[in-house]
Design a protein around this ligand. Structure first.
Ligand code: B12
Ligand code: SF4
Ligand code: SF4
Length: 228
């Protein structure tokens, strides 16, 4: 729960594009925080993201108006939407795709009290594995942000862990994610189910299924990941 000044207005503006505020936090004294809008270190961050595929129709309507073959369209759309909000609220917008990569998942764990699933994707008590981060707003002042509610980590009580049993090439393991093995399989003829319906391991998780991305959304992300 965020009590930050302006957060209700920010949340209302984001809702128009199917996006939501995903919490935030104040950087610790002396912590190496990224720069804010003036170049001075940011003091607070609010995360922007999605639950389920809610932004998809908004993104698709925008995409129809763009020149065909636009590179990284979802990142471009997210940067436009979140950048416009940042201008309005005196913040600096950053993206999960900015290089060098910013630690979005570490920020999300602090902001929302989440923990990683065995797949690396953070497990959310309501959305399961079906959520993501589309950007963040960096502020140079200290916003009043309440500590996150520490959620029950559903993976702790999930004994069978079906998410580690569905992949035909066992790309996810205790050692982490074998992304080359995954990419290789997805590109081969037998990778058809992953290409068209998304990752079989991610889809095997029993939680948050009402937020599961529709097949065309999963296929879009898979094509970007596997560079199809
Ligand atoms: C590079 C990257 C990858 C690489 C990982 C390579 C590697 N071993 O480093 C690859 C290309 C494999 C990858 C794949 C996926 N990724 Co990715 N990825 C990123 C990215 C852009 C940077 C990660 C990073 O280095 N951050 C910098 C470090 C310092 O920050 P960090 O918070 O400490 O990073 C954590 C992650 O790196 C994590 N991690 C390490 N390996 C892997 C592998 C996977 C699959 C995931 C999810 C996390 C993860 O461990 C770190 C410890 O906290 C982040 C966005 C971001 N800026 O963080 C997205 C991100 C982690 N990815 C995400 C997702 C969803 C995926 C996919 C599952 C789906 C997709 N996008 O297609 C796929 C997996 C494909 C599949 N089979 O389904 C989401 C996770 C959302 C969530 N709910 O937690 C993020 C946050 C992007 C977003 N916009 O929300 N990813
Ligand atoms: S299947 Fe179980 S262990 Fe895997 S992500 Fe879902 S809840 Fe966590
Ligand atoms: S996308 Fe397919 S190959 Fe890659 S980890 Fe998921 S199930 Fe395995």
């Amino acid at each position: 729960m965020i009590l930050a000044r302006g957060s209700a207005e920010i949340a209302a503006a984001l809702a128009g594009d199917g996006l939501i505020l995903r919490g935030g936090f104040i950087f610790a004294e002396g912590e190496a925080a990224p720069a804010g809008i003036s170049g001075a270190q940011a003091r607070s961050v609010l995360l922007v993201g999605q639950a389920g595929a809610a932004p998809w129709p908004h993104f698709q309507r925008w995409l129809e108006r763009q020149a065909s073959g636009i590179a990284n369209p979802l990142d471009t759309w997210s940067r436009q939407v979140i950048g416009a909000l940042a201008d309005q609220f005196g913040a600096r917008a950053v993206s999960p795709s900015d290089r060098p990569y910013l630690p979005f998942q570490q920020w999300a764990m602090r902001a929302e009290g989440l923990k990683p699933s065995p797949l690396g994707i953070l497990m959310h008590p309501e959305y399961g594995l079906w959520h993501a981060y589309r950007g963040a707003l960096l502020f140079e002042d200290e916003l009043a942000i309440a500590d996150p509610y520490v959620a029950v980590h559903l993976c702790d009580t999930c004994i069978d862990k079906p998410c580690l049993k569905a992949c035909p090439v066992d790309a996810y393991s205790e050692q982490g994610f074998g992304h080359e093995a995954c990419r290789g399989h997805v590109r081969r003829p037998r990778g058809g189910p992953c290409r068209t319906g998304g990752c079989l391991d991610r889809n095997a998780c029993p939680y948050g299924t009402e937020y599961r991305y529709p097949p065309e959304v999963q296929a879009f992300h898979m094509a970007a990941f596997a560079r199809l």
